[in-house]
Design a protein around this ligand. Structure first.
Ligand code: NAP
Length: 245
């Protein structure tokens, strides 16, 4: 039985990906910052471990407790929506600490065991914001676009060691906890003149023509992990697929 470790499994895309792999016969290590709030019952093949991707000690302890894994999914992430001019620099740093440096730190930490075994898959969950440019998301887009370049470059040096790097690019998922996982108030980051500019954008986001479900992302991660063709990108969700088309 193969083992997958997924970051950010308390809700949304990570939670559904954990459920999908578990339901399909994998041993799953579902990690989250607060395991006492785990939204599923644990079993021998579904373990929950504490992991904060911004904390090197937390990463080391979680990987020690996890034991050997075959696949790492870097899914943990936070958003930041608003005008850059009014986005607090500390919040921007938090976004890069989690989305960018957290992904890099997790990747660096699992490489030794994958290289020694000559096998492993690392899936980095970025965003459809890397496939097209969206307004009022500059800092967030930068944090995810950095991981696109990071992943593509790293793939070269890890391929000879049997390690595959994959990118899953989800579209807008209004049903996850993503929009709620912030203490930033929209009015604070969208004062005039940005407020008037943002109004039609927010209205369109409230009624998206196409969007992404948790199941779309779980299936894309599954495809990425099982891919034998060398395909590096896996857009997930109707809106992300439309951007690629
Ligand atoms: N929903 C969208 O519209 C959308 C679109 C494109 C890409 N994405 C990306 O998809 C991924 C999953 O997002 P989602 O929509 O499923 O949002 P979500 O429901 O908020 O899930 C994000 C997860 O990341 C975890 N997390 C945040 N900071 C963390 C940290 N420092 N260490 C470990 N875990 C941390 C959260 O856990 P806690 O319980 O600890 O907060 C949560 O489990 C993210 O990388 C996001 O950028 C989302």
């Amino acid at each position: 039985m193969q083992t997958i470790l997924i970051t950010g499994c308390s809700s949304g895309y990570g939670l559904e990906t954990a459920r999908h792999f578990h339901a399909n016969g994998w041993s799953v290590i579902a990690t989250m910052r607060n395991p006492s709030a785990a939204p599923f019952a644990t079993s021998e093949t579904l373990r929950v471990l504490a992991l904060d991707v911004t904390d090197e000690d937390s990463i080391a302890v979680a990987l020690e407790l996890a034991g050997p894994i075959d696949v790492l999914v870097n899914n943990a992430g936070i958003g930041l929506f608003g005008a850059l001019e009014h986005s607090p620099m500390q919040k921007i740093r938090d976004v890069y600490e989690t989305n960018t440096l957290g992904t890099i730190a997790m990747t660096q930490a699992v490489i030794p065991q994958f290289r020694e075994r000559g096998a492993g898959v690392i899936v980095n969950v970025t965003s459809s914001a890397t496939l097209a440019s969206f307004p009022l998301a500059a800092a967030y887009t930068g944090s995810k676009t950095a991981i696109q370049g990071f992943t593509r470059s790293l793939a070269h040096e890890l391929l000879p060691h049997g390690i595959a790097m994959k990118l899953v690019e989800p579209g807008y998922g209004p049903t996850t906890a993503f929009a709620q996982n912030t203490d930033i108030r929209l009015e604070d980051v969208l004062p005039e003149p940005y407020g008037s500019y943002a109004a039609p954008i927010l209205a369109a986001m409230a009624e998206p023509e196409l969007s992404t479900t948790e199941a779309d992302v779980a299936k894309a991660v599954w495809q990425a992990v099982h891919d034998q063709t060398g395909q590096p990108h896996f857009p997930a969700g109707a809106d992300a697929l439309a951007l690629v088309a």
